[in-house]
Every structure is written in C-alpha cells, then in structure tokens.
Design a binder for this molecule. Structure first.
Ligand SMILES: Cc1cc2nc3c(=O)[nH]c(=O)nc-3n(C[C@H](O)[C@H](O)[C@H](O)COP(=O)(O)O)c2cc1C
Length: 352
C-alpha cells in the first residue's frame, strides 16, 4: 500500500512538502491514543528475543526513528503506532529558528538517497518541552536530540547545549548531543577532542539521571573516531550514535552537487565502518546506536554484528514506508534463531 499508492503520491510533492504531509498525517494520532495502541499491537507482535537493554533503558525492539524526522515532537504517538522501538526527536535548539532557505531537501531516487541542508529548523526547546509534558503514552524510550542555534557563536555553544539539557532532559528518556550536522557552520569542529571534552563534561552535569549519547559524523577519519570514543568515555557519555549524514558524494547524480548532508543507501558502508571502529576502540564498553542507510533486516543485522546495540532509520523509512519496521524485526528474529542465539543482544559486535 505504501510503495504502490502512498509513496507515488508523496513523491509527486517536493521532498520537504511530502515530509510535512506525512508528519501531519502521523500527528493526527496524537488525538487518538487508543487507536494508536491498537495499531501498534497489530504492527509489531511482541518479540521477546529482540528486546534490548541499553544504557539502563529497556527497548521493546531495536529499531528507532532517527533524529530530524520529528524535529518538534509532534508525531511521537503516530510513530509509536507504527511499531518503532524508540523515537528520537529534534534536533532542537534553545530558541526557535527557521533553518536555511528552501529548497533544502532533495531526493536522489535512483540511489535511494537524500540530500538535506535544513539547518536545524525547529520551534525551540520550550515548544518541545510543552509537547513532551503532555505525552501520556510512551511504549518505548523517547530521546531528545539537542543542538545550538545558528547565530550562537561556537565559543558559546556549550551554553546552548546546557540550556536544552536543563529544559528537556527530565522530560526525555535519553539525551543526544548532536555535533555532527553538516548544516550548522562550524558545528563539527566541536567533535575535536579538547572542545568535545569541555562540552560533554558540562552537559553531563546537566543531564541528571538520564543516559547521554553523542552523535557523530561519518566523515571523521579512523584516528579521529578513536579520539572521540576515548573522550566520550572519559566524560561520562553513555553511548554513541553513528552516524549523521555525510558531506562526501559516493554517487553520480545531477543533484549530488547540492550542498548538504547525504543519507540513505550510499551512506550504509561508511556509517557501518564507523560503528565497527567505535565498537572496537571501546571494546564494547560504549553502547552504539547504528544509523545510516538501513533499508531492511539484512542491513540492520549487519549494523548490529558490526557493533550496534540498536539501530535507527530515516531515509529507508522515506523510501520503504511503515511496513519497514515489521519487515526488519521479522528478519532479525530469523537471524537470531538461525545463529542459534537466545537473543539479539548476543549478536552485538560478533563481526567486529
Ligand atoms: C531530512 C533529514 C533531516 C535530518 N535532520 C537531523 C537532525 O535534525 N538532527 C540529527 O541529529 N540528524 C538529522 N538527520 C540525520 C539522520 O538522523 C540520520 O543520522 C542520517 O540521515 C543517516 O540515516 P539514514 O541513512 O537512515 O537517513 C537528518 C536526516 C535527514 C535525511
């Protein structure tokens, strides 16, 4: 139904309009939590072998929504209705901001990829806090991904992250420091060890009683990944999210010249390598959420075997639609039983 009817309709719109329509549709379920609960039960039958316990949190299944899909926490109920094992909202900044000029999102259909340069368009932390306060149904963890305003100088970035942490961490199940968007000038420089240590140290003090994750870019070299892993561990981070979108263009396409971060199928290989490297460096001691180019259960299984304890999807969801969650879970369940494992958690890092 999605691929044959809905997707062709949505893909007639430009990428951002299609996104707005889809999010509006999902947000309607906010007013009907009873319906959402029934839909979720139908979407994903209970699968005990796929439950994950990560950073002190229980995830009913390992497939989460990646940040950027629900930037303002407007469609959490609708996304849970589809069966996701977690929903990460944001990136949110202290003050509302419009983001970059349109058009700022492009589909590279032939490659099942997207390029975006949204630039953290969002309604700000207070609007998000209001919505999270009203959220009554949480069948799985809700993460909040935080960032800095575009006009905040890099030297003052820590203050933005601290403001968001103060306003939102008590309303979230986990918090993500996003230093890896390519669309906020200079942001990725904060992944350098000295700046990173200062920032994580400070934010850690403000995220009380919640796991703190750090989301990193796929464009870091191997040594830089090692350094990030070391700093993240030393500064009390509870895990890494690998990875955000890439500035590289491993595809040949007329739209490849558009500025912004590339996601989807062409990102899979590099983002999986980053998962593997980070897992090896941390010796498995730092849980990893693997994201980048996951389209099906085989992809998810590869990420998990490379070292991811959980996975997230964005572009794959745009191309595959809602059935994707159940399809991935079906394959993972089969993989677990074929490998003779008692649970998916035993597969984490088995190829690393
Ligand atoms: C349109 C779009 C907007 C995004 N916005 C954010 C964001 O606000 N914060 C963030 O941390 N990641 C953002 N991302 C990155 C995704 O969360 C994810 O890390 C990346 O797209 C790789 O996963 P995928 O290949 O499954 O899309 C965005 C991605 C896309 C495609």
């Amino acid at each position: 139904m999605y691929r044959s009817v809905l997707r062709p309709l949505l893909f007639r719109l430009d990428a951002e309009q299609a996104h707005e329509v889809a999010m509006w549709g999902l947000s309607l379920l906010d007013a009907a939590p009873g319906v959402a609960k029934v839909l979720r039960r139908r979407a994903i039958p209970e699968r005990t072998s796929l439950r994950m316990h990560v950073a002190g949190l229980d995830f009913p299944n390992p497939v989460g929504v990646a940040a950027g899909l629900d930037k303002n926490a407007e469609a959490i109920v609708g996304l849970f209705a589809l069966g996701f094992g977690a929903v990460e909202v944001g990136t949110v900044t202290p003050r509302p901001q419009p983001g970059n000029d349109k058009p700022r999102a492009f589909r590279l259909k032939e490659h099942e990829a997207l390029i975006n340069r949204f630039g953290f368009n969002n309604e700000g932390m207070q609007a998000m806090a209001g919505r999270l306060r009203e959220l009554e149904w949480r069948p799985a963890p809700v993460g909040v991904n935080i960032g800095k305003n575009k006009d905040t100088p890099l030297e003052a970035a820590v203050e933005d992250y601290v403001k968001c942490a103060d306003a939102l961490s008590s309303l979230a199940d986990y918090v993500v420091v996003n230093l890896s968007s390519p669309n906020t000038p200079g942001l990725r420089q904060l992944q350098e060890p000295e700046a990173l240590a200062k920032l994580l140290h400070e934010v850690r003090r403000h995220v009380v009683g919640r796991p703190l994750f750090l989301k990193i870019a796929p464009d870091l070299g191997d040594e830089a990944i090692d350094a990030v892993v070391d700093v993240a561990r030393d500064c009390g981070s509870d895990g890494l999210i690998c990875t955000n979108t890439t500035l590289t263009r491993p595809v040949d396409h007329a739209l490849a010249k558009e500025a912004g971060g590339l996601s989807g199928r062409p990102l899979f290989a590099r983002s999986t390598e980053v998962v593997r490297r980070a897992f090896q460096r941390a010796g498995g001691a730092l849980p990893i959420i693997g994201v980048g180019g996951i389209f099906d259960g085989e992809d998810a299984w590869k990420k998990i075997c490379a070292g991811a304890s959980l996975v997230q999807v964005y572009s794959g969801f745009i191309y595959q639609g809602p059935p994707m969650v159940k399809d991935i879970l079906d394959v993972l369940e089969t993989k677990v039983s074929e490998a003779g494992l008692a649970s998916l958690s035993q597969a984490v890092g088995r190829d690393a």
